[in-house]
Design a protein around this ligand. Structure first.
Ligand code: FES
Length: 168
């Protein structure tokens, strides 16, 4: 692959294939209205998160002000400016789950993993989030790990066993 940056920006990122891939995607979106959102989504997919360095790269190559990019990344929960764990744990704090005790679920997960909401474990395995309604209120209280849904979590003693399946 030709790793030469063609933008004359002197960004010195061309030895990192992730930036090469991102630049190719940015180029493919040239002239597309509202391209910032898909570019950020692609950057999140490539890097796993969106540190300021990556946002600055996007800004430099699209002309979109970094303040605007930062506003988007901090507004939408699909984006993260911190490294994410291999597994994403989301405990629903929507109304139906909350009245069924999801705060206790969140506290138990937090205790078991040793992290608070928004944090990632030191080994990079888990990121913990509190979420809005996950759309399965009949199963309240609900927790999702990656794409797996765990409902009716009324027995806090079951939580460590569920998490253990993802620690392997
Ligand atoms: S409130 Fe938790 S799934 Fe709807």
């Amino acid at each position: 692959m030709d790793n030469e940056c063609k933008c004359n920006c002197n960004c010195n990122k061309t030895e990192d294939s992730r930036y090469v891939d991102l630049k190719a995607f940015i180029d493919s979106m040239s002239g597309v209205d509202g391209a910032a959102m898909p570019i950020l989504q692609e950057a999140q997919r490539i890097f796993g998160y969106l540190p300021l360095e990556v946002q600055k790269f996007i800004s430099d190559h699209t002309g979109v002000p970094i303040a605007e990019l930062y506003g988007i990344t901090t507004f939408y929960s699909q984006f993260s400016i911190e490294p994410r764990g291999k597994h994403h744990v989301g405990v629903c704090l929507g109304t139906a789950c909350y009245v069924k005790g999801s705060q206790k679920v969140l506290d138990k997960v937090s205790e078991d993993l040793g992290i608070r909401v928004g944090e990632t474990t030191a080994d990079g395995m888990f990121t913990l989030d509190a979420t809005r309604c996950l759309g399965c209120c009949g199963l309240a209280p609900v927790m999702m790990i990656d794409e797996d849904v765990y409902g009716k979590l009324e027995d806090m003693d079951a939580i460590p066993g569920i998490l253990a399946k993802y620690k392997r």
